[in-house]
Structure formats: structure tokens, C-alpha cells
Design a protein around this ligand. Structure first.
Ligand code: URP
Ligand code: ZN
Ligand code: ZN
Length: 477
């Protein structure tokens, strides 16, 4: 078995930082030692197979992106990253595990949806991967099948209060699914937007000739997110289901979550980099006047980008700091402009929803450290440790300690990363982050003991990643 010593770096965890060497034997971290340690009289650096010099760099647990959609069929097309391309791009960006969403559509069996996602991912991933289960058709059969998910290592499921006719569940269906969640410990993940009301607003805008991408954000008003978030919270409280609200973007939705948490309720929220940096007026608004330009489509996602003037981005950073929001995932759902986003050239309602960011999450969130919005420890907590705890991976993932998987990233705070579509590794013909200049750089990425990125080169292989059978969330009470 290969032994690797990461020496001379600053090891950062969710709770602190310190100079230490990390020893990996095979796939597993076996020791975290004082710098330059000898083990049983042996000079470690001289006796291991590989030494990685991390002097002046941070040594952090590999990132866990708990919200991705590789190959998702959506909006009349499929998300453009396959498990192969998307997980490789993730690895480039310092993410060593993803949790993707297996899909059950109305009329399909949950077991078949899950099996289909296993078939897409198996043998193709560069990094370890797990699944949540989308339940797009709640009925007696799917409710029964959900009870078997925990045994499959799928300990969370997602429901949609949005997208009528696609994945949408009404309140009665949500209530029944949450009763299963309360019974089994499955974590309920919720897309909280009032879909039926949004569809009326969107149709009225389109009828009035307002069909540019910008109007996607107008139709999906913050009131639609606040209302649905509140409804999800109350249904969860009634049933006793643990609730995790995905891709939160509106400050009013954050206030709902904070209020519920202040009641002591078991409610959590995730946001995404796009809701911290990008805005409706700067990204989509800038292109709304010239209908000939379709650029705004790059940033059409749901929940939508919010107005900076209304203070959502500022509020979201604060919520990350105060733990009103606990995690940052990407909601990686890439579509190319050519042939995909342009399906909605004549009408924003036909633009496939989604932004691709799986490669950039660690870098983008590190900018919060650079600008003093979050601490180094909080960066690790938001991007790795809490995702591991939330989704039943902690101990194996999310921490550098003996017994954990050898998933380690060496991050250079003095490095620099320029984001552009010409250099990224995601299968996209554009970047929502084009022109972003990053202070910091992913230097080396180790996945279960194997160096997969180092010195600007990729050393991994398709099929390196294994399926992660997850346990129950550590946040269950
Ligand atoms: O725009 C988004 N978020 N697309 C992916 C599907 C979802 O709702 O997460
Ligand atoms: Zn969603
Ligand atoms: Zn999503």
C-alpha cells in the first residue's frame, strides 16, 4: 500500500488550526502528528512513498458538495456534465465527494429511479459519490418504497413545491412524505418555492411580452420563496420530520429558517455561491434591455438570483457566519448556451434552469475568508464538515483524523485562480463565473489516498470514485 506524508502545512478543521503532518496509509489517514515527527524512531519523511510539501499552505478535508445534478433530464434536455466530466471538474476544484440526486418521476418506481442513477454513475466517477432521492411522484407505492432507502445508504430525499407537472408535490403529498421522514429518520430536503403561483405570474409576464431571461427572476419573487419556506417548516414541525431547505436565496426565507431554529426546531438551510456573489440586476438585468442578447440565460436558475439592492447577498453572508444557514453546496446543474439554454430564446419559461459551479465552490467560498466574512475554520465547516455530518458521512469524510478516508486538499493561500470557460473543466460552453479572480488556489487533491490533482495536472481516472452508502444525519434528535 502507498504511504503519503503531507508535511509542513497548517491543518485546518471546523474547530481550529495548527501546524501538523498528516500520514496516509493506503486509503486512510493513520496519523496527524507534530511537524517533523519520528514514528517509532523512524524518520517518516524518509520512509514513506510520497512526501507532499505543504509549507505555507492549508491542509483541509476534501470538499463535499451535497447538491449536484449530473446528467439531470430537465427542461427538455439533460444537464451537460456526465458523472465522468462533472466529478473530474469537482476534483480539480478540491471537492472529493458529491451527493447527487437520483430521480423518481411521477409514475415510476423509486427503486427504478435509484437503480438508473447507480447505472449512470458506477465506474464513471473521479471521486466518491452518494445519492439523495428525488421523489417526484408521491403516492402509496413511492411512500412505501421510501422506507427502504436508508438500507440502500440513501438517507435523504428531495421534494419540490415548485415545477408543477414535473417534480411538484402538493401539500397533502408533502405531509405524507414527511410522516415517512419522521418515522424513518430520512432527512426531508425541500425546494421551497410556490410553483403554482409562480407559473401564473410567469404566464402573465409572457402574455405582456416580457419574455427575456430577466423576467424569470421577477416571476419567482422572494414572497414565493418565503411563503413556501414557512409552509415547509410548519408541515415539518407538525409531522416531526427533520427539514433541510435547499438553495435558499431570499433573505426572507433565511428569516423563516432562523425563526424556526429559534423555536428549537430541527430545520436547516443551504445556500449556494451564486446567491452570495451574483444578482438579478447585475447578471440578468444587464441584458434585459437588448432582447437580441440572450446572455442573461446563463444565470437562469431556481431559486433565482436576487436583487442586490434588496440586500439578500449581504444577509446571506451574515447568516453563514451566525449559523442561520449551515452549508454551502453548488446546486451544480450545467447547461450549455448552444442547444440547451437557447431552447428558451423566445420565452424565459423554456430556459433550462441551472448554473454550473462544482469546480469553483471551494475557491469562491475561500474568498469569504479573504474578505473577512467568515473564518478559515468556518470555510471548512461550511464546505466539508457540516455536509458530512448533515448527510451521514462524518468520521469517514469531513475531517482529518486517524481512521478517516484520505481525502485531503492542500490549498495555497498565496496562489491565484482566474475563472474562465476557456480553462474550466466542466462540460459547459460558458461560465457563470467568467472573469472572477480568486485569491488562492487548489494545489493538491488526494482522494482516498490517491493524488488525483497536483501541480496543475490531473492524475485520477474514471472509476476512482466509489458509491458512498450514507448513514442517518447526525443532526437528528
Ligand atoms: O435551477 C436549478 N436549481 N436547477 C436544478 C434543479 C433544482 O431545482 O435543484
Ligand atoms: Zn431545487
Ligand atoms: Zn438542485
Amino acid at each position: 500500500m502507498t504511504t503519503t506524508l503531507i508535511s509542513g502545512g497548517t491543518v485546518v478543521s471546523a474547530t481550529g488550526r495548527g501546524e501538523a503532518d498528516v500520514l496516509i496509509d493506503g486509503e486512510t489517514i493513520v496519523a496527524v502528528l507534530a511537524p517533523g515527527s519520528h514514528l517509532l524512531g523512524t524518520d517518516l519523511a524518509a520512509s514513506v512513498d510520497t512526501v507532499i510539501d505543504a509549507t505555507g499552505k492549508y491542509v483541509i478535508p476534501g470538499g463535499i458538495d451535497a447538491h449536484t445534478h449530473m446528467e439531470l433530464p430537465f427542461g427538455g434536455t439533460n444537464a451537460s456534465d456526465t458523472f465522468e466530466t462533472g466529478t473530474r471538474a469537482a476534483a480539480w476544484g478540491g471537492t472529493t465527494s458529491i451527493i447527487d440526486f437520483a430521480v423518481q418521476k411521477y409514475g415510476e418506481r423509486v427503486q427504478d429511479g435509484l437503480a438508473a442513477w447507480h447505472a449512470k454513475a458506477a465506474g464513471n466517477c473521479a471521486i466518491d459519490y452518494g445519492f439523495h432521492q428525488i421523489v417526484g411522484g408521491v403516492d402509496d407505492d413511492s411512500l412505501q418504497a421510501m422506507r427502504g432507502l436508508v438500507d440502500e445508504g440513501v438517507s435523504s430525499f428531495k421534494l419540490f413545491m415548485a415545477y408543477p407537472g414535473v417534480f411538484y408535490s402538493d401539500d397533502a403529498q408533502i405531509l405524507k412524505a414527511m410522516q415517512v421522514s419522521a418515522d424513518t429518520g430520512l432527512l426531508t430536503m425541500m425546494h421551497a418555492e410556490n410553483g403554482p403561483a409562480i407559473d401564473v405570474l410567469a404566464a402573465q409576464l409572457a402574455e405582456a411580452g416580457k419574455k427575456a431571461p430577466y423576467y424569470h427572476g421577477i416571476a419567482r419573487a422572494w414572497q414565493m420563496e418565503e411563503e413556501a419556506t414557512h409552509r415547509a417548516i410548519m408541515l415539518a414541525n407538525l409531522t416531526g420530520a427533520p427539514l433541510y431547505v435547499v438553495h435558499v436565496s431570499a433573505k426572507q426565507a433565511v428569516e423563516q429558517l432562523a425563526w424556526a431554529r429559534d423555536q428549537g426546531w430541527n430545520v436547516f438551510g443551504e445556500t449556494c455561491p451564486q446567491y452570495l456573489y451574483l444578482s438579478l440586476e447585475e447578471q440578468l438585468g444587464a441584458f434585459s434591455e437588448e432582447w437580441g442578447q440572450f446572455e442573461g440565460a446563463k444565470w437562469v436558475c431556481s431559486t433565482p438570483l436576487r436583487s442586490r439592492g434588496e440586500g439578500h447577498q449581504h444577509h446571506m453572508w451574515q447568516a453563514l457566519r451566525t449559523n442561520d444557514i449551515q452549508m454551502v453546496s453548488t446546486d451544480h446543474c450545467p447547461f450549455c448556451m448552444k442547444g440547451q439554454k437557447e431552447l428558451g430564446l423566445d420565452d424565459f419559461r423554456a430556459i433550462p434552469n441551472g448554473i454550473g459551479s462544482v469546480e469553483h465552490r471551494m475557491d469562491l467560498m475561500y474568498q469569504g475568508v479573504v474578505t473577512g466574512k467568515i473564518t478559515l475554520e468556518r470555510w471548512v465547516e461550511l464546505t466539508s464538515t457540516t455536509p458530512a455530518r448533515m448527510f451521514g458521512l462524518y468520521g469517514r469524510k469531513g475531517v482529518i483524523q486517524p481512521g478517516a478516508d484520505g481525502d485531503v486538499v492542500v490549498y495555497d493561500p498565496n496562489g491565484h485562480t482566474s475563472i474562465s470557460a476557456a480553462t474550466h473543466h466542466m462540460n459547459m460552453d460558458h461560465s457563470a463565473w467568467d472573469g472572477f479572480e480568486i485569491d488562492g488556489q487548489v494545489d493538491t487533491v488526494i482522494s482516498r489516498g490517491k493524488v488525483i490533482v497536483d501541480g496543475g495536472a490531473y492524475h485520477g481516472a474514471k472509476g476512482d470514485g466509489r458509491f458512498l452508502k450514507r448513514g442517518l444525519s447526525q443532526y437528528l434528535i
